[in-house]
Ligand binder design. Structure first.
Ligand code: TSB
Ligand code: ZN
Length: 638
């Protein structure tokens, strides 16, 4: 007999070799159905794995967090099982559970496309119906090497094991796979699943190795959960900024123009110009001075700054001329440091805040590029603040407050802050320990003193210092780095920046880097997702669409359009020879905030009747009242 201790401290006696599933059934038959796995003395156990000694038992039920992982992991095996039947020469890489589902990497002589997915799903359903028990088997490394001697992928994976390590193999029906587990005890317990897509994936994530085919799927315990998840994926697709950006004429990418080098189309550029005005004005009021510096810098400039040593992988290659060498700048800090050092500075002048909307280039890996979210040519709402040490806390905090305001004005939400620190010994960071310790300490102190919460992230700092990265969450629960405030003691050293202190002697200023609203590229990707393309009126590329009902209303409509444009509004007229309904729908698909249909009534009474995007209700106003109404809305940014 063995003694099983439960979570609540109670105990029961069982025969040796009892399984968690039997124990669950012994407690309550409902519990047996709900259980999907167990922790036995803290180790993850399959429900049907015998317990051989006294143990603390904790059953995992469908409601627990790990439950989905177990299900999706088993679903990955189910997928591989089906693939093996349909593609007998298939070999398998890895097949883990991931957030929201699972995948399996597959090597076959035939290529698998999305059209094949229903066929594979059907085979999976057949295996579910066949109700194969899932059995775990323990092998030594030599046994495993023998068992999988014909499978080069498995052999390579086995190399990672120590000779003494225990290796487990799972078998269901005729299919077996090397796997750590845990798994559901029977294929019949997988019910509500769907295969989603196929992609290429390098073996071991190494681009010099062969490309395998990765099939993605998702699996849930109830049909409702599955449907809800699929609905969410659909919604995500609808909101994908690449799709919206194309439909709304915001930006384009073209292979001939270059990867990660987006082109802003008229509507996108209009939004960008509005944002630019907004940022200039906000900074002007907050004591920033604007300047403009070139996209090219000498090699020397970036050698002094340390970018050449620590940041070269992220830079485009050197351009060598007769006796000069230039780089496309990845950042503007060195230029701003030069401006600072071009004059004698006194303690009374500090802080000096230089802001610039900076176009810069970074050599991002092609696999990392994604629409506007991660690009190679970008324009950053940048600033560099040169301050005395006694001003650090105040300057970092007020930069952060400005970020908060800007994010709020855009209708976005801060999710959390990351305090990015260095990781010693990686070579990614400058190596003056004293400067690092001081900078990291000040950053922690100022956040703690202000009662601002943050997560520490080791290894994510800039090479020149720690940074506060502001993570923003969009309406789709997509979290991404937007704004940043960075404390830098290094560049002032390297550029030998000084100011004359009260004591008449030279002192070193500090440099605070600040990114306000990320780059226009990333910001646009976030805004598109947040608003699903329906920009608030102050940002909308076209604010008003005027639609005359018929020819007799054209003159009035054109006069009105001219007047609205005169008043600084972005108005457009659709007097194409198309049916009224067609033109109304066109304005709707462009998500234009105000739609003005002009008919007899409007012409007669000198009024407009508008409908807001997404609303049914119509409102009639005098032309002047309408103009005031929109101006007010633009001012309030709502
Ligand atoms: C803030 N020198 C500082 C600057 O003074 C700097 O460049 N910091 S950064 O490297 O963190 O970049 C600033 C911001 O640019 C990031 O917070 C991020 O929002 C945005 N960004 C960085 N790389 C990309 C990219 N490849 N595509 C789009 N936006 C990017
Ligand atoms: Zn900078």
């Amino acid at each position: 007999m063995i003694e099983i201790t439960f979570k609540d401290g109670s105990t029961r006696q069982y025969d040796e070799g009892v399984t968690p599933e039997e124990i669950a059934g012994d407690i309550a038959s409902g519990l047996k159905k709900k259980s999907v796995g167990a922790y036995v003395n803290g180790e993850l156990f399959d429900l049907n794995r015998p317990i051989e000694e006294d143990a603390a038992l904790h059953l995992i039920t469908k409601d627990d967090e790990e439950a989905l992982e177990i299900l999706n992991h088993s679903s990955a095996h189910l997928l591989a099982h089906a693939i093996k039947r349909l593609y007998p020469d298939a070999r398998f890489g890895v097949g883990p559970a991931i957030e929201g589902g699972f995948y399996y990497d597959i090597a076959t002589s035939e290529s698998i496309t999305e059209e094949d997915l229903p066929k594979i799903e059907n085979e999976m359903r057949r295996i579910v119906k066949e109700a194969h028990p899932v059995k775990r088997e323990v092998l030594s490394k030599p046994e495993a090497l023998e068992r999988f001697k014909d499978d080069p992928y498995k052999l390579e994976m086995l190399e990672d094991f120590d000779d003494s390590e225990v290796i487990t193999v799972y078998t269901q029906g005729e299919f077996e796979d090397l796997c750590r587990g845990g798994h559901l005890p029977n294929t019949s317990r997988i019910r509500h699943f769907k295969l989603l897509s196929v992609a290429g994936a390098y073996w071991r994530g190494d681009s010099s190795r062969e490309m395998l085919q990765r099939v993605y799927g998702t699996s849930w315990y109830t049909k409702e959960d599955l449907d809800q998840y699929l609905e969410m994926l659909k919604e995500r697709k609808e909101r994908d900024h690449r799709k919206l950006g194309k439909e709304l004429g915001i930006f384009m990418l073209d292979e001939k123009a270059g990867q990660g080098l987006p082109i802003w189309l008229p509507k996108g550029y209009t939004v960008r110009r509005v944002l630019e005005d907004y940022v200039y004005e906000l900074e002007r009021r907050s004591g920033y001075k604007h300047l403009s510096t070139p996209v090219l810098g000498t090699r020397q400039l970036y050698e002094i700054s340390g970018h050449f040593k620590h940041y070269r992988d992220d830079m485009f290659p050197l351009m060598e001329l007769d006796d000069e060498a230039y780089v496309l700048r990845p950042m503007s800090c060195p230029h701003h440091a030069i401006v600072y050092s071009s004059a004698l500075r006194s303690y009374r002048e500090l802080p000096i805040r230089y802001a610039e909307i900076v176009t810069q280039h970074r050599y991002e890996a092609s696999g990392a590029l994604s629409g506007l979210e991660r690009v190679r040519a970008m324009t950053l709402t940048d600033a560099h603040i040169f301050a005395r040490k006694d001003q650090i806390k105040e300057e970092v905090l007020s930069a952060y407050r400005l970020i908060q305001k800007a994010i709020d004005d855009l209708g976005l939400e801060i999710d959390y802050l990351e305090l990015a620190l260095r990781d010693e010994g990686t070579g990614k960071f400058h190596d003056d320990d004293e400067l690092w310790n001081e900078a990291e300490k000040v950053m922690k102190e100022l956040l703690d003193e202000a009662g601002i919460e943050y997560k520490e992230m080791k290894g994510e700092a800039a090479f020149y210092g720690p940074k506060i990265d502001v993570q923003v969450k969009t309406a789709l629960a997509h979290v991404i780095t937007m704004s940043t405030v960075q404390l830098d003691f290094l560049l002032p050293e390297r550029f030998e920046l000084t100011y004359i202190g009260k004591d008449g002697r030279k002192h070193r200023p500090v440099l605070i880097h600040r990114g306000l609203l990320s780059t226009w590229e990333r910001l646009m990707s976030i805004l598109l997702e947040q608003y699903k393309g329906a920009f608030p009126t102050w940002l909308a590329p076209i604010q008003i669409e005027i639609i005359p009902v018929s020819d007799v209303h054209h003159d009035y409509a054109r006069d009105l359009n001219r007047k609205l444009i005169e008043k600084g509004l972005r108005s457009e007229i659709d007097d194409r020879e198309e049916k009224l309904g067609y033109r109304i729908r066109a304005a709707q698909t462009q998500k234009i905030p105000y739609q003005l249909v002009i008919g007899d009534q409007e012409v007669e009474n000198d009024t407009v009747t508008y409908r807001r995007y997404g609303e049914k209700e119509q409102t009639t106003l005098s032309v002047d009242a309408f103009i005031e109404h929109i101006h007010d809305e633009v001012r309030r940014k709502k």
